[in-house]
Design a protein. Structure first.
Ligand SMILES: NC(=O)C1=CN([C@@H]2O[C@H](COP(=O)(O)OP(=O)(O)OC[C@H]3O[C@@H](n4cnc5c(N)ncnc54)[C@H](O)[C@@H]3O)[C@@H](O)[C@H]2O)C=CC1
Ligand SMILES: CC(=O)C(=O)O
Length: 316
């Protein structure tokens, strides 16, 4: 991977998710340059103009413009949010063939431009499209990352923080597996501060496992609840992508639940799925292997099987 003098990020797809990410990026001041690319060139241009007008209000300067795939050549990070989104009642997996076709074109255009950086994918079904990006690009697996269950983990920590009346940043726990209906909570490794959740339950009669199960269901189904009300979700993932961008560009070695390529970890091979991983300037430094209990192991394997089944329908 070439190290560029200027921190440039390319965003492919300036729809609801892409525009939310771009807005968050300007606020965070993480990149020196942000190039916006979309099939709908007018939308990308309009967004670039509108976002430029934020610059006098923010603390650091980002050069932002509507570009084309040639701009990906000198880019450290390409973030992809392009493609179809779920309609009410659709699952993420229902989008698989449509978005795979779209990705074929996008990835080949980016690679033809001479891109040699890191891919960060958010388009759904994100685990499968991250795998597809890895296959189509030919880049090392560490440099192709999916947003995975980072958003689900954030939702989980937020809801648990609310339940225990503790800052969500002091809730430590992960949602792993498919970013979708078969994801699972790793209750056995969830803590409030350093206190295991089972201990918190034992010491405080007002809390119950039944209510915690409800919190997981609300985490898993959050996208359906939001899409039913306003048609799409975008702020949560927009900020999640900014968080991942920061971990990469600032070489943070942060542990985030991303969609990562399994190469023996968790007893699985040759698929991308949500697991905690250490993220830095090189992409995925390593996958963190959790000691799952029997139930969690079964649920994780079920999620793997569901992704594998859905991948049978795509041509690589
Ligand atoms: N991973 C996650 O946690 C989340 C993922 N998503 C996913 O993000 C994706 C985008 O969602 P929205 O922004 O709401 O959709 P949107 O419909 O608002 O935006 C999609 C954009 O992609 C563009 N596009 C379509 N085909 C293209 C191509 N071939 N080349 C370049 N641009 C192209 C469209 O012109 C449009 O601007 C969906 O797949 C959605 O399911 C959404 C929320 C959370
Ligand atoms: C749409 C989606 O994937 C989410 O909000 O989780």
């Amino acid at each position: 991977m070439r190290h560029k003098d200027i921190n440039r990020v390319a965003l492919i797809g300036t729809g609801a998710v892409g525009a939310s990410y771009a807005f968050g990026m300007l606020n965070a001041g993480l990149a020196e340059e942000l190039v916006m690319i979309d099939l709908n060139k007018d939308k990308a241009e309009g967004d670039a103009m509108d976002l430029s007008h934020c610059l006098p209000f923010v603390s650091s300067r980002t050069k932002i413009w509507a570009g084309d795939y040639n701009d990906c050549k000198d880019t450290n990070l390409v973030v992809i949010t392009a493609g179809a989104a779920q309609k009410p009642g659709e699952t993420r997996l229902d989008l698989v063939s449509k978005n795979c076709m779209i990705f074929k074109g996008i990835i080949s255009a980016i690679m033809e431009a001479g891109f040699d950086g890191i891919f960060l994918i958010a388009t759904n079904p994100v685990d499968i499209l991250t795998y597809v990006t890895w296959k189509f690009s030919g880049l090392p697996k560490e440099r192709v990352i999916g947003s995975g269950t980072s958003l689900d983990t954030a939702r989980f920590r937020y809801l648990l923080g609310d339940y225990f009346n503790v800052d969500a940043r002091n809730i430590h726990g992960y949602i792993i597996g498919e970013h979708g209906d078969s994801e699972l909570p790793v209750w056995s490794q969830t803590t409030v501060g350093t206190q295991p959740i089972q201990r918190v339950l034992k010491k405080n009669q007002q809390y119950s496992m039944r209510e915690l199960d409800e919190i997981f269901l609300n985490t898993r189904d959050a996208a359906y609840h939001i899409i039913k009300r306003k048609g799409a979700t975008y702020y949560g993932i927009g900020m999640g992508l900014v968080r991942l961008t920061k971990a990469i560009l600032k070489n943070e070695n942060s542990i985030i639940t991303v969609s990562a390529y399994l190469d023996g970890q968790y007893g699985e091979n040759d698929l991308y799925i949500g697991v905690p991983a250490v993220i830095n300037r090189g992409g995925i430094r390593e996958i963190v292997e959790l000691d799952l209990n029997d139930l969690e192991t079964r649920q994780f394997k079920n999620s793997v099987e569901i992704l594998r089944k859905s991948m049978e329908s795509i041509q690589l």
